[in-house]
Design a protein around this ligand. Structure first.
Ligand code: SAM
Length: 210
């Protein structure tokens, strides 16, 4: 498990501040102006029929997970993250917003979830892969747990001035922002089909089907 160390920038006091930021109003502005997350999330919501099991890799404080959970009549969102502070914040938000029964909290590494093969309908991830030393391993794990025909969809920083500013300064071993062709190659190398990587503002939205 090469990537299972705790993400230090998301633990302790930094984790608590990060969790608040990621579910607060400034994050929404950053998303709208620079990352185009509303466009990406629209694509995710369009995939939902209402009874899916969805895996959110690096769920953080629930930015994406809770929006998905809100749209599920049955099914659940498995919120995977390594940070106790993030998962604690997510847990409290889910309770407050009456969504706790649609949420499963999973403290695990993106590269070794411990979930069974063919166990999720859709796997998503927002703003996580640039932090990983080997994003290909996390994509392979997403593919392993997806049911045949299921989609992996991720949004992460693109190699632009903004992407380098925000995503180029984490841990030295982190991958950093992605190029369009590079992200497609990673999906293909992990065994996905119908692969597409498209720029959305300073981010890349990548998807592939198992
Ligand atoms: C920038 S935050 C994004 C959180 C959330 N997806 C969002 O959009 O608000 C990155 C998250 O990835 C998590 N993370 C980083 N490396 C991880 C790993 N190897 N396995 C699981 N989670 C990881 C961090 O703990 C953090 O919560």
């Amino acid at each position: 498990m090469p990537e299972s160390r705790p993400a230090s920038e998301w633990t302790g006091w930094r984790g608590r501040i990060g969790a608040r930021y990621l579910s607060g109003p400034m994050r929404k502005l950053e998303d709208r102006w620079f990352l185009g997350s509303p466009v990406f999330l629209g694509g995710v919501f369009a995939m939902l029929r209402g009874g899916e099991t969805v895996l959110d890799v690096g769920a953080g404080s629930g930015y994406c997970s809770l929006e998905i959970a809100r749209r599920l009549a049955a099914g659940k969102v498995i919120c995977l993250d390594l940070s106790d502070e993030m998962l604690g914040h997510l847990d409290r938000r889910a309770k407050r917003e009456g969504l706790r029964e649609r949420i499963q909290i999973l403290k695990a590494d993106a590269c070794s979830s411990g979930l069974g093969e063919d166990s999720v309908d859709l796997a998503v991830s927002v703003g996580v892969f640039h932090e990983l030393p080997s994003p290909g391993l996390a994509l392979a794990e997403m593919r392993r747990v997806l049911k045949p025909g299921g989609w992996a969809m991720l949004l992460d920083f693109r190699d632009t001035w903004f992407g380098r500013l925000v995503a180029g300064t984490h841990r030295a071993e982190a991958h950093g922002p992605f190029g369009e062709e590079e992200l497609s190659r990673l999906f293909l190398a992990a065994g996905f089909q119908n692969v597409r990587a498209a720029p959305v503002k300073h981010a890349l939205a990548g998807r592939g089907q198992r």
